[in-house]
Design a protein around this ligand. Sequence first.
Ligand SMILES: Nc1ncnc2c1ncn2[C@@H]1O[C@H](COP(=O)(O)OP(=O)(O)OP(=O)(O)O)[C@@H](O)[C@H]1O
Ligand SMILES: [Mg+2]
Length: 235
Amino acid sequence: MLVAERLTKTFASGNRTLTVLAEVSFAVDTGATCAIVGPSGSGKTTLLGLCAGLDRPTSGTVWLAGADLNALDEDARAALRAQHVGFIFQSFRLIPTLTALENVMVPLELQGERGAHDRAATLLDRVGLGDRLDHYPTQLSGGEQQRVAIARAFIHRPAILFADEPTGNLDDDTSHRIEDLLFELNREAGTALIVVTHDLELAARCERTIRLRGGRVVEEMGDSHWEMGAEASAA
Ligand SMILES: Nc1ncnc2c1ncn2[C@@H]1O[C@H](COP(=O)(O)OP(=O)(O)OP(=O)(O)O)[C@@H](O)[C@H]1O
Ligand SMILES: [Mg+2]
């Protein structure tokens, strides 16, 4: 579903070059779940943006849903995202002139699919906002806006969902409900999940965790770890 190969991202900063990501490689299978953790500024949001085709790497390759993103122009990448990718931004990025319901309908309407209204209403109900359909983003609390963003990311049944701190602004109860929803979607629809989080409990619910520090992968925990453990104990 996703293969990232030696992704490097640098920015020019005055007369110096700032390396934000250095040679990051990993792969995520169809239907798999993966957490990305690391301190503030370690490159998590940058990595998510590169993997989702929102931004281009300085060097390295991303294969997403069978396509080499480097080979696609901006329009082709947008089309690929519209079809296969859901993205929950750290800052939500709702459209201010649209109601909650209309915001959630956007990805499905972009694809010219019918039934957007009813499906959006159902999803907003599932995230606990059934009585906020006609509110505009400014009339919603931060956590409510986040839940609208989550419903919007689900609506077109993406094959892969990128979520940047999806529970960062929510209380414990709401966080758990949103987490359950993410993993339900993963189980029901086989949506691969890539979740950036500071919440170690949420990371532990994913099959693997990739830890970044200073733009590099410093640790990978998950299935292969367990296998190594099993081999070691069998030997
Ligand atoms: N457009 C840009 N130009 C210059 N530097 C940038 C740019 N975007 C990000 N950076 C730098 O890249 C580094 C990584 O940023 P990123 O947003 O990926 O971190 P993060 O791990 O998501 O942090 P947080 O947990 O705070 O969200 C930061 O030091 C940031 O200042
Ligand atoms: Mg970030």
